[in-house]
Design a protein around this ligand. Structure first.
Ligand code: PLP
Length: 396
């Protein structure tokens, strides 16, 4: 008999979509997989060199739970440059990806019964981790405001039990990039109502002009003592499999995280730590710039193809590397003809009829959205999006 808590969560919806795509591919059908939350890329030579040198030096032992001090210092320098304010190593925990940073944050902040505000559609792991920590996610709908939560909607959802708000910009899955004023208003709400801010900026490297990413602590320095920054190198350096990220915030939180992490994973993989340290010490931005250029090219190509969609608006795709399709109008027309369907049906049709795997919005709490990743090879993206457009245009 499993623990009762196992009924509270199930496997990540995005992982399930990718598994479904692989199963269809295994049956012999050609599938173009646009489900992945990662960029197809080689590894930066700086990262490879750092890893290989560490292995050749026989590096094989535990580090401090929160990571190598030199790495924490290098991260402090990085965050100081990004936020235009000083950060020190004792405000930083190195984690096994952003996922562990978020998990640590949930476990050290959330008491059983606490509520946490999460703008919806949301990345599927946010509510799952809050629930595992014993809290209750409270979703704030954003579609009516171009996928940006309004402060009045957020304020209306605050209760005596509200402990924190999750802010994810650039947003997965919607691609929304929050403007300075929005972040400033959210920070003020958090201050007025005594809330923590969990600020996930994993896609910060991919804000597409004219949009730019703003760290909330830069916009609202007075909210820094209640903000936890979550970031990783999974997206910005295409290192999803290396599992390396960080949490930055007040020292009291970081020392609680140290105690927690000392009983869960201990330090993140030591070779990944050395690889990243070498990359940061070299300070060469060439690889990341190439990645950003590739993503920008994929976005331009994708938007030109998707602009031919007639029943679905061209997605804004302000940041990240996902096109998030809004099926509302398509559903409205289908309802009118008594042919109801939801995003799962669309994803299934795209898989079976177009051979394109996508993630249904139902994984993000939205039955009217479909997420297509454009972190893939350009030729495949071109082929896949032409098929998606052709099929959806027959549905009107
Ligand atoms: N936060 C968001 C918004 C994400 O989309 C993801 C991964 O898809 C993560 C965190 C987790 O990233 P990592 O691979 O660094 O754990």
């Amino acid at each position: 008999m499993l623990a009762q808590r196992t009924v509270l969560f199930k496997s990540s919806g995005t992982a399930a979509a990718s598994t479904a795509a692989k199963a269809v591919a295994a049956s012999g059908k050609e599938i173009i997989d646009l489900t992945a939350g990662e960029i197809w890329s080689q590894t930066a030579s700086s990262v490879r060199e750092g890893a290989i040198t560490a292995i050749d030096r026989n590096v094989n032992r535990y580090t401090d739970t929160l990571g190598l001090m030199e790495l924490r210092r290098a991260l402090a320098r990085k965050i100081s440059a990004e936020t235009a304010q000083p950060w020190s190593a004792d405000e930083i925990a190195v984690t096994s990806g952003a996922k562990q940073a978020l998990f640590n944050a949930a476990m050290v902040l959330v008491n059983p019964g606490d509520e946490v505000l999460i703008p919806a559609p949301y990345w599927t792991t946010f509510p799952a981790q809050i629930i595992i920590a014993g809290g209750t996610p409270v979703f704030i709908e954003t579609r009516h405001n171009n996928y940006v939560p309004t402060v009045s909607d957020l304020a209306a959802a605050v209760t005596a039990k509200t402990k924190a708000i999750v802010i994810n910009t650039p947003n997965n899955p919607t691609g929304a990039v929050y403007a300075r004023d929005t972040l400033s208003d959210m920070a003020q709400l958090a201050i007025d109502r005594g809330l923590w801010i969990i600020f996930d900026e994993c896609y910060a490297a991919f804000a597409h002009a004219p949009h730019s990413h703003h760290p909330i602590v830069t916009v609202a320095p007075h909210a820094r003592d209640r903000t936890l920054i979550v970031n990783s190198f999974s997206k910005s350096l295409a290192l999803t499999g290396w599992r390396i990220g960080y949490l930055a915030g007040p020292k009291t939180v970081i020392s609680a995280v140290k105690a927690l992490q000392s009983h869960t994973t201990s330090n993140p993989n030591v070779i990944a730590q050395h690889a990243l340290l070498h990359h940061l010490e070299l300070g060469d931005a060439t690889f990341q710039l190439q990645l950003q250029r590739r993503v920008a090219d994929a976005r331009t190509l994708g938007l030109s193809i998707l602009s031919a969609l007639t029943p679905v608006p061209t997605p804004a795709a302000q940041g990240g590397f996902y096109f998030y399709l809004d099926l509302t109008e398509l559903q409205r027309r289908a309802n009118y003809n008594s042919q109801e369907f939801n995003a799962d049906d669309v994803v299934n049709a795209l898989l079976m009829e177009a051979g394109v795997a996508a993630v249904s919005g139902t994984a993000f709490g939205d039955s009217a959205g479909v997420r297509l990743s454009y972190g893939v090879d350009l030729d495949l993206l071109d082929k896949a999006l032409r098929r998606v457009t052709a099929i959806l245009n027959t549905w009107q």
